[in-house]
Design a protein around this ligand. Structure first.
Ligand SMILES: Cc1cc2nc3c(=O)[nH]c(=O)nc-3n(C[C@H](O)[C@H](O)[C@H](O)COP(=O)(O)OP(=O)(O)OC[C@H]3O[C@@H](n4cnc5c(N)ncnc54)[C@H](O)[C@@H]3O)c2cc1C
Length: 361
């Protein structure tokens, strides 16, 4: 079958959770993912922000995804290593590839049809609405649906569908490399976040899943080796004996509002979720997925997939996540401290749970 109630473009956490929700509410749903493997390449250190929703996901997945609690989120001066602030509201660390794969597998269990190696190349309109999509897959070249959930990640803003649909200006994606390090001087369960007037050191982070083992990002391998070779700061000392055991490229949006939602996140019968809506964050994206799947399913049920009807999603995002977005690079500017950012996020999402996962495991 290539005719569905809902098509989800992109099999990341936002897309798979949206698909799972819509399927759990009775829709026929397809996820179209251009990569051959869900969760790879693994560019993300797998930090899940603290919230009741996160607790409920971790509870539901227990045993299927290894996780550790963040014991401490520490913000330090890169030069001296001195602690600026500490929080114990740090949430969890999970391997993002296994996490994504398990969410996708549960979406399939909920009835979702998942097509990998199926990149969407074109949205085809009829009467102003998108009625079908064209893909690069010989197996499923065209798929039709009533609602499209666009969860195609950061690419959406850099020439993908969010920019094509006019939600944002087409931005360049700034490239970087995410490393998994062995033998770094880090303690398991601790996130260390460095601030500095030196751009090479500023916003560098260790996400330590285990003692010595941490995710870390740099602009390039040369940049990583330069950091490792420096003697003038505490961060470089932590890297001294580290070796890179995995490296994955990534892109980050160059729009100045990283992690903050576009003014409009619904266009005709298309709902934008996750990074494709200007937002960011794994848990933020999954909660958006829950909202998107719910609104899409209700619209299909009531036979009204107009922009006006789907805009309820926009209202849900604005009233909650829009108040406390994943503003990683401006958290201190926006909320004063990281701790306050975490506290406000937990507060605004209180009562939201991943109930859609119940019964699937
Ligand atoms: C270096 C780095 C570190 C980060 N660390 C964290 C962190 O620790 N915690 C956190 O919460 N957030 C973190 N983030 C942000 C987080 O990774 C994203 O917000 C999250 O992955 C967004 O999920 P998503 O489902 O919207 O998009 P993605 O996870 O990017 O998924 C989008 C999917 O769409 C697919 N796709 C794209 N175009 C098409 C197409 N045309 N057709 C079909 N499929 C398509 C892609 O292949 C991809 O699988 C980090 C980001 C970066 C860059």
């Amino acid at each position: 079958m290539t005719d569905f109630d809902v098509i989800v473009i992109g099999g990341g956490p936002a897309g798979c959770y949206a698909a799972l929700t819509a399927a759990a509410k009775g829709c026929t749903v397809a996820v179209l993912e251009e990569h051959g493997v869900i969760g790879r390449p693994r560019h993300d250190p797998g930090w899940l922000m603290e919230s009741e929703f996160t607790d409920s996901v971790i509870d539901a997945l227990d045993g299927r995804v290894p996780w550790s609690r963040v014991k401490e989120y520490r913000v330090c001066r890169a030069e001296s290593g001195e602690t600026i602030e500490k929080s114990t509201l740090g949430g969890y660390l999970v391997p993002r590839d296994i996490f994504d794969r398990e969410i996708a597998a549960l979406a399939v269990k909920a009835g979702v049809s998942l097509y990998v190696r199926t990149g969407v190349r074109k949205l085809v309109r009829s009467g102003g609405r998108v009625t079908e999509v064209e893909t690069n897959s010989e197996a499923v070249p065209r798929v039709t649906a009533r609602v499209i959930i666009c969860a195609d990640g950061i690419r959406s803003t850099a020439g993908g569908f969010a920019s094509e649909e006019g939600l944002c200006q087409r931005s360049q994606a700034k490239p970087g490399i995410s490393y998994l390090l062995a033998n770094a001087d880090v303690s398991g369960g601790v996130i260390e976040h460095f601030l500095s007037p030196d751009p090479a050191l500023n916003y560098k982070c260790f996400f330590a899943h285990r003692d010595g083992e941490s995710y870390f990002t740099a602009d390039s391998y040369k940049g990583f080796l330069e950091l490792q070779g420096r003697e003038d700061n505490a961060l470089s000392r932590k890297l001294k004996k580290a070796q890179t055991v995995e490296a994955n490229g990534f892109g980050r949006a160059l729009s100045g509002k990283y992690g903050k939602y576009f003014e409009k996140v619904v266009r005709n019968n298309i709902i934008f979720a996750g990074d494709a809506s200007g937002g960011a964050g794994n848990i933020h994206g999954m909660i958006q997925g829950k909202f998107a799947g719910t609104v899409a399913a209700e619209a299909v049920r009531d036979n009204d997939v107009s922009e006006e009807r789907l805009s309820r999603y926009q209202d849900m995002v604005s009233a909650t996540l829009g108040e406390v977005p994943f503003s990683f690079f401006s958290a201190r500017e926006d909320f004063g401290t990281f701790n306050e950012w975490f506290r406000r996020f937990a507060e605004i999402t209180r009562g939201m749970k991943a109930d859609e996962l119940a019964g699937l495991i």
